[in-house]
Design a protein around this ligand. Structure first.
Ligand SMILES: Cc1cc2nc3c(=O)[nH]c(=O)nc-3n(C[C@H](O)[C@H](O)[C@H](O)COP(=O)(O)O)c2cc1C
Length: 189
């Protein structure tokens, strides 16, 4: 099934917001979100029954969160709802949970789209943006997949990065490299 890489914003009842990259499915007027257990995103969606899908072309948000280089990003209120959107998102879908299929590893949460808004056209990912998203997925799995696979894939992804990156993508890549270095130092014993 086709997966869109997005940023999910969610909050708990006490209004503590959380931002996380996720892959979602869009089927007509429904969105399926599949957060792993345990995750803050899952807890929040269960608590408030809502979330926002942010479609954003600033790939630093993906890299910043999974590397820990920058976890906080500007948020803006959506009129009439508690959960906020990314300030700089190109567009968003506001979701309300419709049903949940629980699972030991990765529950499947089906949501209705209550509202959609577009602020800036999404011009499509270039190769550098694609490389950062792929690298962010690899980094989010550090310790779970073999290091030689990570190095090999990063080396390949760097080709597209070197050919097409702007300042934003280079900054995101520097966070990926720093995270990898720290991971190597921490695990070199
Ligand atoms: C592009 C991308 C897609 C991801 N998709 C998912 C996903 O569908 N489900 C998930 O649980 N984590 C996914 N992750 C990893 C989460 O973003 C990461 O583990 C995050 O910390 C989620 O946990 P949290 O809600 O507790 O922050 C993805 C990461 C990236 C970079």
């Amino acid at each position: 099934m086709k997966i869109h890489e997005v940023i999910i914003t969610s909050c708990d009842k006490a209004n503590n917001h959380h931002i996380a990259p996720m892959g979602i499915n869009i089927i007509g007027d429904e969105v399926i979100v599949r957060p792993f257990k345990p995750s803050k995103t899952l807890d929040n969606i269960r608590e408030t029954k809502s979330a926002v899908v942010n479609f954003i072309d600033d790939v630093r948000v993906f890299a910043g969160i999974v590397t820990g280089a920058k976890r906080k990003w500007g948020l803006k209120k959506i009129r009439g709802d508690q959960v906020m959107r990314l300030d700089d998102t190109n567009s968003y879908f506001l979701l309300r949970v419709n049903s949940e299929n629980d699972d030991q590893v990765r529950p499947k949460i089906t949501c209705d789209i209550l509202d959609k808004k577009m602020y800036r056209p999404f011009l499509g990912f270039n190769r550098a943006q694609f490389s950062v998203i792929e690298a962010a997925v690899l980094i989010s799995r550090l310790g779970m997949i073999p290091m030689d696979k990570i190095y090999k894939e990063l080396e390949y992804l760097k080709i597209g990065l070197d050919k097409t990156a702007g300042k934003v993508e280079l900054e995101a890549w520097s966070w990926i490299e720093a995270k990898l270095q720290n991971f190597e130092i921490e695990n070199d014993s």
